[in-house]
Write a protein that binds this ligand. Structure first.
Ligand code: ADP
Ligand code: MG
Length: 344
């Protein structure tokens, strides 16, 4: 697997107006493999945008190095930097379109900069417009477009020179949920059809979940945790990761909810963790029948994550103490009970 982007001990400080220094990036090392859709998530001020902007040298690290493919971009300048930037497409939260130019001209702009002929530019822009579904809008101005359409123009422009890498800074943060879903679907299609490596910066864990295969969590300029999306969602280690995961997965009842459930349900409460299950063994009804125990689902849900099932169900087991004990032992043996919530 080849490396698409590598951050090597990247730090960045800014001088503030009061003569202090602010550490925006603090020794960040991260490797993005070719073909990844790599997400960087964190709260506002975590350093996500600063990190992303080092990829095309809009920011220069104070120390450390940034590579795109084999090339160290953090030291490039002049024509070499311009050429490197043509290999890196960027999309923005506020779209950054040229307001006085038509959709066509916005997309044609980087092609003309790259020296493409007028007729080759025409062909390429038509192809891009078709790909993002805006063939009818070529002669419209940005002000005549919806937010989602503007972002699709931004994406077409970013793809114009067939980059190896696409970097996205909060590309869906100004969009409503429906439009966000459409833009994320488009990113997925770009990845599938062109095999482009995509680096996605967002403060929304839903975005990570929808499109990314890997994720890094940033806080105070540092990467506090990184890994596959499945592992991070299933077993977040750092408190910040746990908070982000809890913001989108609602399988586990909070302490308050457990208290309310307890007030109503007097049987034994058990939490079943559904994870990596590939067999279609109907374990719950099998075990319930074997031990003459009734099962009452009181909380939770099972979702798909990276095409694998993941979730948790809180169930109440009703039966004699001995039977419930036996059922719990079997559930543990079936490796689906990671923990259980005490007796009545
Ligand atoms: N050009 C700049 N000058 C001074 N401080 C900056 C500059 N850019 C970013 N910062 C500061 O660096 C920190 C990280 O910012 P940023 O990378 O934009 O975070 P995020 O994108 O995660 O919200 C913040 O404290 C921000 O105020
Ligand atoms: Mg930002």
């Amino acid at each position: 697997m080849s490396t698409a982007i590598r951050f090597e001990n990247v730090s960045k400080t800014f001088a503030t107006t009061r003569g202090r220094t602010l550490t925006a990036l603090d020794d960040v090392s991260l490797t993005v493999d070719a073909g990844d859709i790599y997400g960087i998530v964190g709260y506002s001020g975590a350093g996500k945008s600063t990190l992303l902007r080092t990829v095309n040298a809009l920011e220069r690290p104070t120390s450390g190095r940034v590579f795109v493919g084999d090339q160290e971009v953090s030291t490039l300048g002049g024509a070499a930097l311009s050429r490197a930037r043509q290999r890196i497409g960027m999309i923005f939260q506020q779209f950054n379109l040229l307001r006085s130019r038509t959709v066509y001209k916005n997309i044609a702009y980087p092609l003309r900069l790259a020296g493409l002929s007028e007729s080759a530019t025409l062909d390429r822009v038509e192809e891009l417009l078709a790909f993002v579904g805006l063939s009818e809008k070529a002669l419209h101005y940005p002000s005549q477009l919806s937010g989602g359409q503007k972002q699709r123009v931004g994406i077409a422009r970013a793809l114009a020179n067939r980059p190896d890498v696409l970097i996205s800074d909060e590309a869906t943060s100004a969009l409503d949920p429906q439009t966000t879903a459409e833009v994320l679907e488009l990113l997925g299609r770009i990845h599938a059809e062109y095999g482009i490596t995509i680096l996605v910066v967002t403060h929304e864990m839903d975005v990570i979940r929808e499109v990314c295969n890997k994720v890094a969590v940033m806080q105070d300029g540092r990467v506090v945790e990184h890994g596959t999306v499945y592992d991070l969602f299933a077993h977040p280690q750092h408190p910040t990761s746990q908070r982000f995961v809890a913001s989108v997965l609602h399988h586990l009842p909070s302490a308050d909810t457990i208290r309310r459930i307890r007030a109503v349900h007097t049987g034994r409460l058990v939490q079943l963790h559904v994870e990596n299950r590939e067999s279609n063994d109907p374990f719950l009804s099998r075990i319930s029948r074997a031990h003459d125990v009734d099962v009452n689902v009181v909380y939770g849900g099972v979702d798909e994550l990276q095409a694998r099932l993941f979730g948790s169900l809180t169930v109440e087991l009703l039966g004699t103490d001995e039977n419930v004990d036996r059922a719990i032992a079997d559930l543990r043996a079936a490796a689906v009970v990671a923990e259980w919530e005490g007796a009545r």
